[in-house]
Design a binder for this molecule. Structure first.
Ligand code: 13P
Ligand code: SF4
Length: 309
């Protein structure tokens, strides 16, 4: 047997032994992305989980993403390197409040962003991600009133893009994107006048108004790669720098600090480390275990979303 010389070697070996796949979101540290079988945005990773045929998924992202992978693979093991890797959007939207809304408004179609707990997914009619939210809302008959939850900025963006009037929006927000101040984007544009601005739709509307492109994390990476421009101000989590610089080493990418951490990092995403990834493949813990009845109900809106091409 070959001696294990580094933690990366150990992860590769454990992955083979466990018949595991490593799925990593773009906001993970570069050393995790380097070891992943798939790196993507939340929609791409849900599709990768749907196709998976091995025994174990090690999900390097946050809990709602790992829960989605578990719902799509109820008989497989899904592990999350850091059990406390949460999301402020999930915290902003408790399932009891969604149930209460449903009771008061039985005619509404509940469109839930994938950044929700599995319990909220179980109360939802259809899911969406930042990549397909406009398409999903457009797939709902125009006369049906909608509750869009939980991200207020994505909701307002989708409402403007679709021209949908009968759409209520929850008041949740992402602590990373919602705290990017427009004045810092203006300052970055003054400093880099040739740079184009790409923004994630979780950013506030005054930031989105300054953007040349608005899209999911993977859509931002694809767009920056395709453009002729050489400089970009990127209004999302700085983990995307890894793919941006790999695909376009000659281009320059500038990130703007937010007012939450004075950085552009998601504190939850950055809880995962190589050491924790090795440990979860070794111990098969922390494991995502969910009640079968909740998984069955949550699968319906997830599959409805994945069926929309
Ligand atoms: P994406 O759908 O672009 O991957 O975004 C997920 C997310 O958590 C953004 O903050
Ligand atoms: Fe949640 Fe925001 Fe972190 Fe994405 S960046 S996981 S929305 S807190």
């Amino acid at each position: 047997m070959v001696a294990i010389s580094t933690i990366a070697d150990e992860i590769v070996e454990l992955k083979a032994k466990r018949h595991a796949v490593i799925l990593a979101h773009h906001y993970q540290e570069p050393e995790i992305q380097e070891l992943a079988d798939s790196v993507g945005d939340s929609l791409e990773l849900a599709r990768a989980a749907q196709k998976f045929e091995g025994d174990v998924i090690a999900f390097c992202g946050v809990r709602f993403m790992a829960e989605t992978a578990k719902v799509l693979n109820p008989n497989r093991i899904v592990v999350l390197p850091e059990r406390h890797a949460g999301c402020s959007l999930v915290d902003s939207c408790p399932a009891e409040a969604v149930r209460a809304f449903r009771k008061r408004n039985p005619d509404h179609v509940i469109v839930s962003y994938i950044n929700t707990s599995v319990e909220v997914k179980a109360e939802s009619d259809i899911l969406c991600t930042s990549r397909n939210a406009v398409k999903i809302v457009n797939s709902i008959p125009a006369d049906k009133p909608i509750l869009f939850l939980p991200d207020i900025n994505l909701g307002n963006y989708v409402k403007a893009q679709t021209g949908r009037k009968n759409m209520q929006i929850w008041q949740g927000a992402c602590i990373v994107h919602a705290t990017f101040p427009a004045r810092r984007v203006s300052a970055a544009r003054a400093e880099h006048p040739k740079a184009l601005v790409a923004a994630h739709p979780e950013c506030p509307s005054d930031v989105l108004r300054m953007a040349d492109f608005i899209g999911s994390t993977s859509a931002i990476i694809d767009w920056c790669t395709e453009q002729q421009a050489e400089e970009f101000i990127v209004m999302t989590e700085s983990g995307v720098r890894f793919s941006l610089e790999r695909l376009s080493p000659e281009k320059k990418f500038y990130f703007v600090a937010n007012e939450n951490c004075n950085c552009s990092e998601c504190p939850y995403m950055k809880m995962n480390t190589l050491e924790k990834l090795a440990a979860c493949l070794r111990d098969l813990e922390p494991r995502i275990d969910l009640p079968a009845s909740i998984m069955e109900r949550a699968l319906v809106p997830i599959e409805r979303m994945l069926a929309v091409k």
